[in-house]
Design a protein around this ligand. Structure first.
Ligand SMILES: [Zn+2]
Ligand SMILES: [Zn+2]
Length: 262
């Protein structure tokens, strides 16, 4: 009995710990302890209100509950037979663990982009996605601030990747932890990428905190999660992104970026 409770409640407890650990530490560092030191890295000058933080935490707890329930449903019930989850390390080459995580990021990015665009349809936006967009000036607490139905849509990535991709439990854990950390970065409210990032190929591939912050101020652009691919292909990238990125980085580092880089 004890082990059943442990098995079923462990994903929920881990998700709650993950949320407060990965959102709480950046919040304390950026919004409390080193607020002045990071002032130049702030994307929007003003701060969100306490009311915003509390609403975001409440919705995030609901999302955590939904996602943990979905994980239990997929991993701990007979439904798990439809997944390609494996626990025996020798079933696939060891290198498949990091490779499967990378592949999962591409699948998740594609799923997220199209799901995200769908919930921006006026009818779905009003009823579902507007909860997330109440945070026009996001903080780490907004990372899981979703309507109940959006939480389910977000959580569908779990069965989707487990049906499509053979994944070791370690790979799933790596994905769950790293993808949440990236989500927190997207809602951090501060830009933290180093100066060299602008001149590197990574600037053209990956989203940044500024990128997603712009989605919270101008709703109809920058739908992507990890990468810029889909927004570029579908012409939904905010045309002001590069200028805004350069402006924040200039605030932080005090020098301009080369005009040739776009
Ligand atoms: Zn967001
Ligand atoms: Zn949105």
């Amino acid at each position: 009995m004890e082990s059943i409770i442990f098995q079923y409640f462990l994903p929920l407890i881990l998700s709650i710990v993950r949320y407060f650990f990965l959102c709480g530490i950046p919040f304390i560092l950026f919004y409390v302890v080193y607020k002045k030191a990071f002032a130049k890295s702030k994307i929007q000058a003003q701060l969100a209100s306490k009311k915003d933080y509390l609403r975001e935490i409440a919705y995030s707890m609901q999302t955590t509950l939904v996602l943990a329930a979905m994980a239990v449903l997929v991993l701990k019930t007979p439904l798990s037979q439809y997944t390609q989850l494996y626990t025996n390390l020798s079933d696939y080459p060891l290198a498949w663990i990091p490779l499967s995580v990378v592949l999962t990021y591409f699948v998740h990015d594609t799923y997220f982009y199209w799901m995200h665009r769908a919930i921006h349809h006026p009818k779905l936006f009003r009823r579902v996605h507007s909860v997330h967009h109440k945070s026009v000036n996001p903080s780490p607490w907004a990372s899981y601030s979703f309507h109940f139905f959006e939480a389910i849509l977000e959580g569908l990535i779990i069965p989707l990747i487990l049906v499509l991709i053979p994944m070791h439990t370690v790979a799933i854990a790596l994905f769950a932890f790293s993808n949440f950390a990236i989500n927190v970065y997207g809602h951090l409210g501060y830009e933290i990428v180093p100066k060299w990032f602008r001149q590197s190929v990574f600037f053209h591939i990956f989203n940044t905190s500024i990128y997603h912050n712009l989605h919270h101020t101008r709703f109809d652009k920058n739908y992507g999660l990890y990468f810029r691919f889909w927004d570029r292909i579908m012409k939904t990238e905010n045309p002001e992104y590069v200028a805004k990125f350069d402006q924040i980085q200039e605030n932080r580092f005090g020098s301009t970026t080369p005009s040739k880089a776009v």
